[in-house]
Ligand binder design. Structure first.
Ligand SMILES: C[S@@+](CC[C@H](N)C(=O)[O-])C[C@H]1O[C@@H](n2cnc3c(N)ncnc32)[C@H](O)[C@@H]1O
Ligand code: SF4
Length: 386
């Protein structure tokens, strides 16, 4: 039976499942809001949902919170205030807890960020995607380039300097020059953090039904290489496959917890959690009903749970590495036994093969991908499949 010798940190994810409009590339659990969002009922549901989860985390402190979506910035500051005070009343938080809110530039009127800050939000993640109006239109976004600039400026003005911009690359017909123009615009806005995602075509999206023409691999490779160099030149260090931070203190603590295989509670429609139970030696994945209507009806009762399954011991190595090896510096080897409860020898055959193939660095004290390993992460993970 796996044995846990150190406490596992705990984070909280809160999912808000509505958007003003559904983007044609997006497969997240987000639904077009037809009319006003039922924020009062939803905050009640979230708090009831949390109460049901509480016995699983008695006595543990929350290290970070992330309110994601969907478009959480559709909620009023009052609703978020009520949510955050309800969470604080039910859970001990670390004094300087990072509390991030995802915001869509098309939903940010003047003064809203200041209200969000008042409510307790101390980090924003702004979904810019691109600064090119033609691209934004193709991506079905509700905002334009001016809204994107205004949102970042409003974040600074509200004293929320610790903000992230989400950008995507490999957009339909995108050239290297266009992508670099997006990067230059992002840098000029001085975000603390940048998430730079390659656009992927996901099943169950409009783009999957009628795919746009995307740039070839040579172009996307060049975009990534040159964007990375440009970001580095301006002090943005790549610390994860898609994440860049202006110094170590600006890394996203909440996401680091996922990559370091920490625990998290997930509340809200379709939210996933991962919880270690040292008594049984098991790590569980737990998720909530996906559809907002069903969730609103049943959250807080056993019928609101979508599923609850222990991770099989044979799957733990790959589940751990699929997160940890996204980090450019990897993790100390000792984190594997700490977070999975398994001895390091469980990784040995895979480690040897991956090191021989030049996919992992040789240092036995670290689990760290080489440049090649990072580029062919799936190949690297194959070595650890059960
Ligand atoms: C769940 S979304 C929430 C952010 C917010 N709703 C918004 O879009 O403004 C988080 C981020 O995932 C990225 N994303 C969503 N779908 C993607 C896809 N198919 N390929 C790459 N990145 C994607 C976008 O950059 C998006 O900002
Ligand atoms: S606004 Fe964000 S979450 Fe909503 S559909 Fe678009 S990408 Fe998805």
């Amino acid at each position: 039976m796996p044995a846990f010798t150190a406490p596992v940190p705990l984070a909280l994810y809160i999912h808000i499942p509505w958007c003003a409009r559904k983007c044609p590339y997006c497969d997240f659990n987000s639904h077009e809001a037809r009319g006003p969002v039922p924020e009062r009922a939803y905050v009640d549901a979230l708090l009831a949902d949390l109460e049901q989860d509480l016995p699983r985390v008695w006595g543990r402190r929350i290290e970070s919170m992330f309110i994601g979506g969907g478009t959480p910035s559709l909620f009023s500051a009052e609703a978020l205030e009520r949510l955050l005070s309800g969470l604080r009343a039910r859970l001990p938080l670390r004094p300087d807890t990072e509390i991030t809110l995802e915001a869509n530039p098309g939903t940010v009127e003047r003064g809203r960020f200041a209200e969000f800050r008042e409510a307790g939000i101390n980090r924003l993640s702004i979904g810019v995607q691109s600064f090119d109006d033609e691209q934004l239109r193709r991506l079905g976004r509700i905002h334009d380039r001016r809204d994107a600039f205004a949102a970042a400026e409003a974040a600074h003005a509200a004293g929320l300097d610790n903000f992230n911009l989400d950008l995507m690359f490999g957009l339909p017909g995108q050239t290297v020059e266009q992508a670099l123009a997006d990067i230059a615009n992002a840098i000029a806005l001085q975000p603390a953090h940048l998430s730079y995602y390659q656009l992927t075509i996901e099943p169950n999206t409009l783009f999957h039904q009628s795919p746009p023409t995307l740039p070839d691999e040579e172009t996307t490779d060049a975009i990534q290489r040159r964007a990375q160099a440009e970001l580095a030149r301006h002090g943005y260090e790549r610390y994860e496959v898609s994440a860049y931070a202006r110094g170590e203190t600006r890394r996203c603590r909440h996401n680091l917890n996922y990559w370091e295989f920490g625990d998290y509670l997930g509340i809200g429609a379709g939210a996933h959690g991962k919880l270690t139970d040292p008594a049984s030696g098991r790590i569980h994945r737990l998720w909530k009903l996906r559809h907002p209507r069903d969730y609103l009806e049943r959250a807080g009762s056993p019928a609101g749970i979508g599923g609850d399954e222990p991770i099989r011991e044979t799957d733990l190595p790959v589940e751990f590495l699929m997160n940890a090896l996204r980090l450019i510096e990897g993790v100390p080897a000792g984190l594997f036994p700490e977070r999975t409860g398994l001895p390091l020898v469980a990784l040995e055959p895979g480690l040897n093969r991956a090191r021989e193939r030049g996919l992992l660095v040789g240092d036995p004290k670290r689990l760290q991908p080489t440049d090649l390993g990072l580029r062919f992460l799936n190949d690297l993970l194959q070595e650890f499949m059960p």
